[in-house]
Design a protein around this ligand. Structure first.
Ligand code: SF4
Ligand code: SF4
Ligand code: FES
Length: 263
């Protein structure tokens, strides 16, 4: 059986609808080797203070809900083991760069509104084919590799919280959204780069990123949004953009042929 240890949690508390200013509360929690910060916060809620507000769902680093500042760094609470932090006091605060809903819960509306603006889905020019499909769009393994690493984003917002550009320019698209724009624009089935250009190539788009890499250093999924933003810049700047779009026009194959190719 693993040994229990008492750890202090210094937790940020603020309810904007009734409090005039934030305050800190200290709780002591018994944890073991496997306890995560989320486990400890839920234990505080259950045993000491049910008014503490925490957002979570999957508890396994998939839903992206439980991002917060833990000892000054953006982390997922369900993916952070308390004892691995190796500090006597664990300081827990809401993520930087977002409005506070309550206590540790922040508001991602700005991110989700910006996400809609970059059209995070595959866009095709052949709209008749999209409405009445006659075939499938094949993708070669090497084409998949162009965007695969960047497709694992769980929209936890840690990267945008760590971004110094977003902290000084609230209109900046942020790494989470620019990564999404690259993931779709780099997909061999997509023809939507020119639809995204007015926003990603704007004053508050990818060119505002100065490659500080703070975003990539906190990403829990190893996405490296700083890299996808640089690749997006290259894609926009490249004179071969139009060739890329042309190449993508040749990918439709009949369902019968697609099945044969896969087999
Ligand atoms: S690399 Fe760009 S997007 Fe990432 S933190 Fe730095 S400025 Fe922000
Ligand atoms: S890129 Fe990484 S840190 Fe940013 S939202 Fe996606 S998973 Fe989270
Ligand atoms: S609870 Fe889903 S990522 Fe942490």
């Amino acid at each position: 059986m693993s040994e229990l240890r008492k750890v202090q949690f210094k937790v940020f508390r603020f309810n904007p609808s009734i409090d005039t200013s934030p305050k800190w509360k200290i709780y002591e929690v018994e944890v073991d080797r496997g306890s995560t910060v989320l486990d400890a916060l839920l234990k505080i809620k259950e045993e000491q203070d049910p008014s503490l507000a925490v957002r979570y769902s999957c508890r396994q680093a998939i839903c992206g809900s439980c991002g917060m500042m833990i000892n000054g760094k953006q982390r997922l609470a369900c993916f952070t083991r308390v004892l691995e932090l190796n500090t006597r006091v664990v300081v827990v605060e809401p993520l930087n760069n977002y409005p506070i809903v309550r206590d540790l819960i922040t508001d991602f509306s700005d991110l989700f509104n910006k996400e809609k603006m970059v059209k995070p889905y595959i866009i095709r020019d052949d709209t008749l084919e999209m409405l009445n499909p006659t075939g499938m769009y094949l993708q070669k393994p090497e084409e998949l590799l162009e965007y695969l690493q960047f497709a694992d984003c769980i929209e936890c917002g840690l990267c945008s919280s760590a971004c110094p550009t977003y902290s000084t320019d609230s209109l900046f698209l942020t790494p989470m959204i620019l990564n999404k724009a690259f993931r779709f624009s780099a997909d061999s089935r997509d023809m939507g780069l020119h639809h995204r250009l007015p926003i990603i190539d704007s004053e508050h788009g990818c060119w505002r990123c100065h490659f500080a890499v703070a975003c990539s250093s906190v990403c829990p999924k190893g996405i490296d949004p700083a890299k996808s933003i640089q690749l997006l810049k290259r894609m926009i700047a490249s004179a071969s953009i139009f060739k890329l779009v042309k190449k993508k026009e040749t990918q439709l194959v009949s369902r019968h042929h697609a099945v044969e190719s896969v087999v």
